[in-house]
Design a protein around this ligand. Structure first.
Ligand code: NAD
Length: 484
């Protein structure tokens, strides 16, 4: 890894933020606190994108849409650059605020997620036109704005989703109204304020991204059904994706995952163990892409478990497994939110096991139909199922993924296994010999996204996802390659 000034700044910010958390100091993002003190002479509205109710947030985004339509592409690019810079300066503060408000995840992982979002969410270069030129003329496909989007954001990555959605929408020429998760309301609103502050500071269009304070599920539905909203973008669990798809307008649904990870007899077991623990324990299991179960071939299962223990896994057995399942599961079989995104040692403490925070994931052997295998548990808890051969393992992986079309992982050196697994699972993200998050562009190739639209087939969203492709054809001998 190259050590440069940016890396040093990022590491310093992480250390300062972790020390602040350890000292128990309350988070006040300096730039955000300064917002209220700024005078209206800045030329921006005083609200910085924040409105009391759905209607006023939509009206402001509607008026911004007409102003944005008058801006050049270059100006859109400048506003995006300002947002990237503003968030970059506030990463540690936002990450700390998000952790305090939601109680989910880990500070250092949140910070990394922010940096990657800011650096690897594409901008206006993603909406460059496509050209066809030949004997019959010239056709151009241009990616035009879709209108005003309703963006329903999750509690598991509230601020990074605002940053990602805002960059994409502005590059696409859209405006958007954000609907926060009630459990992440303050962080989401602060993120929207930061977007507006950044745009304001360069004299850009106010209220391109707005948010409303009256945060309820009913208001999220009201927003999506609002007649002035042209497109719904839902990032969350199955209920919100269903609600977005039921509104009779364009919908992009980024739903839940339950990624299985198959390890066959040819895999590099030491690397697989490390990658799996890194992926499962990232953000304490709240990432939708994170490994949620391991399917290990009988011949390597013992070695894999042993290696995982060396890499930070805590193995529980017998009655400890029953105790854990009782604690992390509600009577209706759903995950107990009290343990969502908590450190492994906090969950272990609840079943009477006192260990330090060096343990990153709790692992245990489970039968194929175990509820923690089949349900999405957003925790650093990882059931391991023994499989007798590749075919039965791949079939089980399909059942566990459950047609969510989200993410799956395989560790193997057998090309045939890897290809068949990819074809059978048919997930939006398929990671071979790496950690799940590598497939989302985090320490992996390709752009990143906070909105992985499996159910609606839009994939890892970019600005182009939120546009209308329009073709303009000029007929005749206008191509330079045609005969004179
Ligand atoms: P959630 O579904 O509880 O909430 C997500 C958002 O939807 C919130 O703003 C919430 O207020 C709203 N909402 C929930 N039910 C609704 C309904 N019936 N009508 C209208 N709005 C509704 O999810 P969460 O707990 O915040 O986030 C975790 C879930 O999101 C997990 O299932 C995770 O896999 C998924 N997720 C997916 C992606 C992705 O890119 N595919 C990204 C992040 C999270």
């Amino acid at each position: 890894m190259e050590v440069n000034e940016k890396l040093i700044q990022e590491v310093t910010a992480a250390v300062v933020a972790i020390m602040a958390i350890q000292n128990g100091s309350k988070t006040i993002c300096p730039d955000i606190a300064a917002i209220s003190a700024m005078s209206s002479s800045s030329g921006c509205s005083n609200s910085y994108g924040v409105f009391k109710d759905v209607d006023s947030a939509v009206e402001a985004a509607n008026s911004a849409y007409h102003q944005l339509a008058m801006c050049s592409l270059e100006r859109r690019g400048e506003m995006i650059e300002a947002i990237r810079n503003k968030f970059h300066a506030n990463v540690s503060c936002l990450a700390k605020m998000e952790l305090e408000e939601t109680g989910f995840g880990r500070l250092e992982h949140k910070m990394k997620k922010f940096y990657v979002t800011l650096e690897k969410t594409p901008g206006i270069e993603d909406v460059m036109p496509q050209v066809f030129s030949g004997d019959q003329g010239l056709s151009i496909v241009e990616y035009r704005s879709f209108g005003i989007a309703a963006c329903i954001t999750p509690s598991t990555a509230p601020a990074a989703t605002v940053a990602h959605n805002a960059i994409c929408m502005i590059a696409a020429g859209n405006t958007a109204v954000i609907s926060p998760h009630p459990g992440a309301k303050n962080t989401t609103i602060k993120a929207v304020q930061l977007v507006n502050e950044a745009i304001c500071e360069i004299g850009g269009v106010p209220n391109i991204i707005t948010v409303f304070e009256d945060t309820t599920i009913e208001n999220a539905q009201r927003l999506m059904n609002h007649p002035k909203i042209n497109m719904n973008v839902a990032t969350g669990g199955p209920a919100v994706v269903k609600a977005a798809l039921s509104c009779g307008k364009k919908a992009i649904g980024a739903g839940a995952g339950n990624p299985p990870c198959l390890v066959d007899e040819t895999a590099d077991i030491i690397k697989a163990a490390q990658d799996i623990i890194n992926g499962n324990s990232n953000e304490n299991g709240i990432n939708c892409v994170g490994e949620k179960s391991v399917l290990a071939m009988e011949s390597i299962a013992d070695a894999l478990i042993q290696e995982m223990c060396k890499k930070g896994a805590y193995l529980i057995k017998g009655s400890q497994i029953d105790d854990l399942v009782k604690v992390i599961t509600l009577p209706n079989g759903k995950p107990n939110v009290k343990y969502v995104g908590k450190n492994a040692n906090i969950i272990l403490k609840a079943i009477g096991i006192n260990v330090d925070d060096s343990y990153r994931s709790i692992i245990f052997e489970a039968p194929a139909d175990h509820p923690v295998v089949m349900e999405e548990f957003l925790m650093p808890v990882l059931p391991i199922v023994r499989i007798k051969d590749f075919d039965s393992g791949a079939n089980l992986a399909m059942k566990i993924e459950g047609g969510r079309r989200h993410t799956a992982v395989i560790h193997s050196k057998n090309i045939d296994h890897m290809t068949r697994y990819a074809k059978m699972l048919s997930t939006t993200i398929l990671v071979k010999n790496g950690s799940s998050y590598n497939g989302a562009g985090i320490d992996g190739e390709g752009h990143t996204t906070m909105t992985i639209a499996g159910p609606t087939g839009d994939g890892l969203t970019t600005p182009r996802t939120f546009t209308r492709p329009m073709r303009c054809a000029l007929i005749g001998n206008v191509g330079l390659r045609s005969a004179l």
